[in-house]
Design a binder for this molecule. Structure first.
Ligand code: GLN
Length: 536
C-alpha cells in the first residue's frame, strides 16, 4: 500500500508524553498487521543529543547503526520491537547542516537560501526518507517541542505542505492538556481550544485530538472540544494518567484511537486486535506485587538520565513476577564509612554508565562493597570500567589503577583509550557507537544466560579494557568472557565465583523491550530475587 503518514504534535505544555502516544499508535497499528516506523524530529540546533548533558535532555539513546538519539526512540523500540536507525532521529541542526553543506558545495548556485523553501524542503525530504525504503505502511513522525515555539515553526510549515501534497495519505494527531482547577473544581478546555487555534493559524487542522488529563473526562467535555475544534467526536480521546506507561496502548485502543486513525486514512477498520501478548504482560505486571529493591549507583539524580536501564529492570522484574523498586544511590555521596548503610537498603546494584570524573570514586567504593559482600551487581559501560578498576586496586594490588579518562598519567591504565580514538578531536558522534559483535566464552555465565555463542550489542564509549592486564585478571578470578572478534576488545567481565557480578562494556538496556526483555536483565533480576529469599 502507499505509505501513510501520521504527524504527532503537542500543545499547551511540554512533557505530555508524545513519545508514549506515538509508540502506542505504532503498537496498535502493528497489531493490525501494518509495518510501521516512528521517527522523532527535534527542533534544537545540536546535530544530535550526544553532546547534551543528561540533565538537559535525559538519556542519550543509541541506535543499532550508531546514531546518538533522543530517548523517545527508546520508547518506540520498547513498545513496538522495531529497530530504529539514523533516519528515525533528526534535529534542526542536522537539517541546517545538510542545507548549508549543499550551499557551500554550490548546489544552489545563484539562489538565496531561505527557511522556506530550503529548510522546509529538507525537513520534508527527511520525513519521506523512511517511507521511500518501501519497508513501511505507516510512518509516524513525532515533532518535539510545543506548538507556538519559535523553533518548531519550520517543522509546522513542512507538515502543512506535506499534508497538502499527500492528501488523504496524511493525518495530524495533536496532543493537548486539560487542566483541573482545584479552586474552581472545574476542568478547563480553553488551553486546548487555543492550542488548536494556533495550529489552525499555521494552516494545520488536527484530525485527531488526544487530551492529557489527570482526572477522567466525561463525554460532555470531549463533545465540547470536538465542537470547538472542528474535530469529529470519535476522534477526540483522552489520555488519563495511568499507573504505568505500558497501559497506554490498551487504553487508546479501548477508546478507538486506532480505528479513528484508519477511518481518517480511508483504510478498512476491521476487527479490533486482541493484543494478547501485550495484555499478558500487563496481567503479569498487575500480579507482580512482591517488591525487589535495586540500587542505581550513578551521578544523575534525574529519572530520565537512566531511562532505558530503569525500563529494562522494570520489565525484567515483571517477567520475574516482582515489582522492581528502584533506589537511586548518588555515587557522589558514597564513602567507605557509609557504603554499607547505603547498600543495605537494596537487594542488588546496577553501577550506571557515565562520563568524567564526578562520582566515580563512589562507584568504585560501591563495587568493592558489593564484590566483597557478594551482592548481585551489574556494571554497565562506565559501571563495568569501575568494576575493573576496583578489582585492580583491591585484588591485583595496583592502588593507583585508573582509567585514562580520569587520570591520563596513571601507571596502571587498566582502562585505556581505544587506539582509534587517540587522534580524534571532535566530541560529537565520534565514540565507538552502535552494535558490534561479541563472542562469548564457552562455559561462561554470560554464554549460559544468552544461550548463544555470539551476540550483538550497542556501544557508546571511548575507553576500553586494557588487554595487557588480561592474564592477571583471569588468574585472580575476574574473567574476560566476551570479546569483539575483529578488534579483540574485551566486552564483558564476570566473577564466576560470585552470585552475579558481571560488567558489560556495551549497553544491553537499549535492546530490552516489553515483549522481549533482555536476558542479562532477566537473569540479574531473577538472581537478585533468589538471593533476597535466601537472606530472609
Ligand atoms: N566514559 C566511558 C567511556 O567513554 C564510559 C561511557 C559510558 O558509560 N557510556 O569509555
Amino acid at each position: 500500500m502507499t505509505p501513510k503518514f501520521i504527524f504527532v504534535t503537542g500543545g499547551v505544555v511540554s512533557s505530555l508524553g508524545k513519545g508514549i502516544i506515538s509508540s502506542s499508535v505504532g503498537k496498535l497499528l502493528q497489531s493490525r498487521g501494518y509495518r510501521i516506523t516512528i521517527q522523532k524530529f527535534d527542533p534544537y540546533i545540536n546535530i544530535d543529543p550526544g553532546t547534551l548533558n543528561p540533565y538537559e535532555h535525559g538519556e542519550c539513546y543509541v541506535t543499532d547503526d550508531g546514531m546518538e538519539t533522543d530517548l523517545d526512540l527508546g520508547h518506540y523500540e520498547r513498545f513496538t520491537g522495531i529497530r530504529t536507525t539514523r533516519n528515525n532521529s533528526v534535529t534542526t541542526g542536522r537539517i541546517y547542516k545538510a542545507v548549508i553543506d549543499r550551499e557551500r558545495h554550490g548546489d544552489y548556485l545563484g539562489k538565496t537560501i531561505q527557511v522556506v523553501p530550503h529548510i522546509t524542503d529538507e525537513i520534508k525530504r527527511r520525513i519521506r526518507l523512511s517511507a521511500e525504503t518501501g519497508e513501511y505502511d505507516f510512518v509516524i513522525t513525532e515533532i518535539g517541542g510545543t506548538i507556538g515555539d519559535i523553533e518548531s515553526a519550520p517543522f509546522m510549515e513542512a507538515i502543512r505542505q506535506l499534508r497538502w501534497e499527500l492528501g488523504k495519505d496524511a493525518i495530524n494527531i495533536h496532543l493537548t492538556y486539560v487542566p483541573f482547577l482545584k479552586a474552581a473544581g472545574e476542568l478547563k478546555t480553553k488551553p486546548t481550544q487555543h492550542s488548536v487555534k494556533e495550529l489552525q493559524s499555521m494552516g494545520i487542522q488536527p484530525d485527531v485530538l488526544i487530551l492529557r488529563t489527570e482526572v477522567h473526562l466525561e463525554d460532555g467535555i470531549l463533545q465540547k472540544v470536538a465542537n470547538f475544534c472542528n474535530v469529529e467526536r470519535d476522534c477526540v480521546v483522552q489520555s488519563e494518567d495511568l499507573p504505568s506507561i505500558y497501559e497506554v496502548p490498551v487504553n487508546m485502543q479501548k477508546q478507538g484511537l486506532d480505528a479513528a486513525i484508519l477511518r481518517k486514512l480511508n483504510l478498512p477498520v476491521g476487527e479490533t486486535p486482541a493484543l494478547g501478548p501485550w495484555r499478558n504482560f500487563l496481567e503479569r505486571m498487575h500480579g507482580a506485587t512482591k517488591i525487589v529493591k535495586i540500587g542505581l549507583v550513578g551521578k544523575y539524580d534525574l529519572q530520565d538520565a537512566y531511562k532505558s536501564i530503569r525500563e529494562a529492570l522494570i520489565q525484567a522484574g515483571i517477567y520475574n513476577d516482582h515489582k522492581v523498586k528502584l533506589v537511586f544511590i548518588n555515587s557522589e555521596n558514597i564513602t567507605p564509612a557509609n557504603v554499607a548503610e547505603q547498600i543495605a537498603e537494596v537487594d542488588g546494584v546496577v553501577i550506571c554508565p557515565g562520563f568524567g570524573q564526578r562520582g566515580i570514586e563512589g562507584k568504585i567504593i560501591a563495587a568493592e562493597y558489593t564484590r566483597s559482600h557478594d551482592i548481585p551487581t551489574f556494571g554497565i559501560c562506565l559501571g563495568m570500567q569501575m568494576m575493573v578498576i576496583e578489582f585492580a586496586r583491591n585484588v591485583l594490588g595496583y592502588a593507583d589503577a585508573n582509567s585514562r579518562e580520569m587520570d591520563a598519567e596513571t601507571p596502571h591504565n587498566v582502562i585505556d583509550i581505544m587506539e582509534d580514538q587517540k587522534t580524534i578531536k571532535d566530541m560529537g558522534g565520534t565514540m565507538r557507537l552502535g552494535a558490534y559483535g561479541c563472542d562469548l566464552k564457552e562455559g561462561s555465565r554470560v554464554a549460559e544466560i544468552y544461550g548463544a555463542a555470539s551476540i550483538r550489542e550497542r556501544h557508546r564509549h571511548r575507553y576500553e579494557f586494557n588487554n595487557k592486564y588480561e592474564q592477571e585478571y583471569e588468574n585472580a578470578g575476574m574473567k574476560c568472557v566476551g570479546r569483539n572478534p575483529e578488534s579483540d576488545l574485551v566486552e564483558i567481565v564476570e566473577i564466576p565465583n560470585l552470585k552475579w557480578y558481571i560488567g558489560a562494556q556495551f549497553h544491553p538496556e537499549y535492546s530490552s523491550t516489553v515483549l522481549n526483555p533482555h536476558p542479562l536483565f532477566m537473569d540479574f533480576v531473577s538472581t537478585v530475587i533468589k538471593n533476597k529469599k535466601q537472606l530472609q
